[in-house]
Design a protein around this ligand. Structure first.
Ligand code: FES
Ligand code: FES
Length: 163
């Protein structure tokens, strides 16, 4: 076992991990973080997506030992201060059905909007290509992300107008 230290959802956490344990196993099994889901367990579905140093990654493909010293954000961290605009929009539009893909989709979309606040439809689809959803057909997800991006731009423009 090796002790690693990560910054998890704003808190410093120390945890002993086995060399072959994935970040997903450690988050769910040792640290009580349940929003990253185990779907395929081999990098295909995106249900286990978390943000590692701000980038959306599949936590089932990453060994926990490799994350020593890094920052990990899960959906619990993203919504620490209440639901984000993106989450509110997904709920308002009733986008998800079973919800299994939702944490991964929200984190991938959040990473995209942070890096690229005004993505094109193609860019949204590309950013979410690794997040499989069996229920929605993707259209409402993509439309909601684009709408939230537009709202963000409108808010920014209004703030500029006031200053
Ligand atoms: S569980 Fe990680 S990509 Fe499917
Ligand atoms: S809402 Fe069921 S998998 Fe996406």
């Amino acid at each position: 076992m090796k002790e690693i230290t990560i910054r998890l959802n704003g808190e410093t956490r120390r945890v002993a991990v086995a060399p072959n344990e994935t970040l997903l196993d450690v988050l769910r099994g040792r640290l009580g973080i349940k929003t990253p889901k185990e779907g395929c367990g081999r990098g295909d579905c995106g249900a286990c997506t978390v943000l590692l140093d701000g980038k959306a990654v599949r936590s089932c493909l990453i060994l926990a030992v490799e994350t020593d010293g890094q920052t990990v954000v899960t959906l619990e961290g993203v919504s620490k201060d209440g639901p984000t605009a993106l989450q509110k929009a997904f709920v308002k539009r009733n986008v998800f059905q079973c919800g299994f893909c939702a944490p991964g989709v929200i984190l991938s979309a959040s990473a995209l909007l942070t890096e690229n606040p005004q993505p094109t439809e193609h860019e949204v689809r590309e950013a979410l290509a690794g997040n499989l959803c069996r229920c929605t057909g993707y259209e409402p997800i993509v439309k909601t992300v684009l709408e939230v991006a537009k709202q963000g731009a409108r808010r920014k423009a209004a703030r500029r107008g006031r200053s």
